[in-house]
Design a protein around this ligand. Structure first.
Ligand code: ADP
Ligand code: ADP
Length: 238
């Protein structure tokens, strides 16, 4: 992933406009785990949402796996969107309460139209649930409210995995979890990284979490990257 000079502006009229991202550039290698840290409001989620194709930047380019995302449309864009998935702070927000777990995990495949064969889609759902250690026989027919917070977060991970992504943007995925579940999720992400070489951009305001997990950190301050480097180097700084 190569992000070059991203700029994002919110607001309609000229004097309402403030840049929430300015000149944001960084890169991420295949299978790399990079933390994006910074105070609340620094622009971390905005970076993640742009990478996951949930928002458009106002300027700047994004290269991924040899393609320039800027200007891609239709099928090509969907292929790109499949490769970069996102998991969120509170998966309850993104899980429709009226859908069963099996349908929720299948949904990304339907949206992307990437797997037309029903039996193959079902197999992918089973595979994704097994990868997050939720027994499909036990969970497939349940609804989100019949799950614990930690289990719901794993459904969020399964929804990302079903697309077989190369990069997952993790937006504060542990902040609603208690300490032991937080550790469990980090272990799960590490396992998936080892198994499939999935890279992560791990967004957090909790720098302690990045130790032993992220190899590098990007520090965002008021929409700009003000520091970056190996995790220990960035943390040790006064
Ligand atoms: P972080 O994830 O670091 O907390 P965000 O990316 O969520 O930061 O937000 C960065 C800034 O952009 C904040 O000042 C926020 O108020 C503003 N912002 C985010 N989304 C929108 C939006 N849809 N419309 C207007 N302003 C927004
Ligand atoms: P098929 O076409 O037979 O469905 P693929 O060739 O696309 O399978 O995938 C090869 C292998 O990748 C499968 O055995 C599958 O278990 C594994 N796999 C599952 N999830 C992921 C993932 N998120 N990233 C990479 N590989 C995955």
């Amino acid at each position: 992933l190569n992000v070059d000079s991203l700029r994002k502006v919110y607001g309609q009229t000229k004097n309402e406009q403030t840049a929430v991202l300015e000149d944001v550039s960084f890169s991420l290698q295949r299978g790399e785990i990079v933390g994006l840290i910074g105070a609340s409001g620094a622009g971390k989620s905005t970076v993640g949402r742009i990478l996951a194709s949930l928002e458009q930047q106002n300027a700047g380019t994004i290269w991924f796996d040899g393609s320039n995302l800027t200007g891609l449309t239709g099928k090509k864009r969907r292929v790109f969107a499949k490769d970069i998935q996102m998991i969120f702070q509170d998966p309850y927000d993104s899980l429709s309460s009226r859908m069963r777990i099996s349908d929720l995990v299948e949904e990304p495949l339907l949206i992307q139209k990437s797997e037309k064969d029903l039996a193959k889609r079902r197999a992918r759902v089973v595979e994704a649930l097994e990868l997050v250690s939720l027994d499909p026989k036990k969970y497939a027919m349940r609804y989100p409210h019949e799950l614990s917070g930690g289990e719901r977060q794993r459904i969020g991970v399964a929804r990302a995995l079903v697309c077989r992504p190369k990069l997952i943007v993790c937006d504060e995925p542990t902040s609603m979890l208690d300490a032991s579940l937080r550790l469990e999720l980090i272990q799960l992400l590490k396992k998936l990284n080892r198994k499939f070489g999935i890279a992560y951009l791990f967004i957090t305001h909790d720098i302690a979490l990045t130790k032993g997990f992220c190899s590098r950190l990007l520090v965002l301050y008021e929409g700009r990257i003000v520091d970056q480097g190996e995790t220990d180097m960035v943390i040790e700084q006064p």
